[in-house]
Design a protein around this ligand. Structure first.
Ligand code: ATP
Ligand code: MG
Length: 227
């Protein structure tokens, strides 16, 4: 794998609340990739009450996965529609099941899959402190990464909200789905030698390793340090 490549098709994986969104934002900033987050795409469909949004809302609220055919259509449409096949992008939250994984690999050749391997006890403990800026998907954590002004987005000043699927029972359902349906996807990528594992508890501890590793695939624009 040559350094100084300009194209990259990457996937970031990790259990719900593992810091995927946070690490993804950092990757996007330092490597200039486009961030495609399935959860953000779905939430925007829900907000604008499209057919996909109304259907997806029921599943999301229960902590269940949205059906594979709906997800595949939504994501492939996004990847192809924007002609991202020849660009630099980072998929976040997709694929989450073996059928999604097969559907994706039938259409697109991936370069690398980053896996944030964060223990479940850490996740359950910190999802309760998570707040988001709904329209941008920006993520805050009251303990690790608080907004500059309490309750307000740093960039727009708009109010932050707690995701209603971040309630304890829903998080438990999401973790359960992750174990059953998404862990097999990790094995699948691992067998194809696409997977890089990043064990750790905190985003700031994992981030420098992700940056170093990704720099072997694509030239970074910069390195931002977080303390
Ligand atoms: P986090 O944001 O902490 O990574 P998460 O990965 O569970 O947590 P999102 O990726 O934002 O959250 O997804 C929210 C919800 O949207 C999921 O619980 C699920 O209902 C639905 N969803 C998102 N991506 C998919 C997918 N690839 N397949 C099926 N459902 C999905
Ligand atoms: Mg997410």
């Amino acid at each position: 794998m040559a350094a100084a490549r300009t194209l990259l098709k990457a996937v970031i994986m990790g259990p719900p609340g593992s810091g995927k969104g946070t690490i993804a934002e950092r990757i996007v900033k330092d490597f200039g990739l486009k961030h495609l987050a399935s959860g953000d795409l779905l939430r925007s469909q829900v907000m604008s009450k499209t057919d996909v949004g109304m259907l997806a809302d029921k599943y999301i609220t229960r902590g269940d996965l949205v059906p594979d055919d709906v997800m595949l259509k939504l994501i492939l449409n996004e990847l192809q529609g924007e002609q991202l096949r020849s660009a630099k992008w980072l998929l976040d939250g997709f694929p989450r099941t073996i059928p999604q994984c097969e559907g994706l690999l039938n259409t697109i050749q991936l370069d690398v899959v980053i896996n944030l391997d964060v223990p479940f006890d850490e996740i359950i403990n910190r999802v309760k402190d998570r707040y988001i800026h709904e329209s941008s998907g920006r993520i805050y954590n009251l303990v690790f990464n608080p907004p500059k002004v309490a309750g307000q987005d740093d960039i727009t000043g708009e109010p932050l909200i707690q995701r209603h699927d971040d309630k304890a029972e829903t998080v438990a359902a999401r973790l359960d789905n992750y174990k059953k349906k998404t862990e097999p996807v990790l094995d699948y990528f691992s067998k194809r030698e696409l997977l890089i594992n990043f064990p750790g508890r905190f985003s700031n501890e994992i981030w420098p390793r992700v940056h170093t590793e990704l720099s072997r695939y694509v030239q970074p624009l910069q390195y931002t340090e977080y303390k």
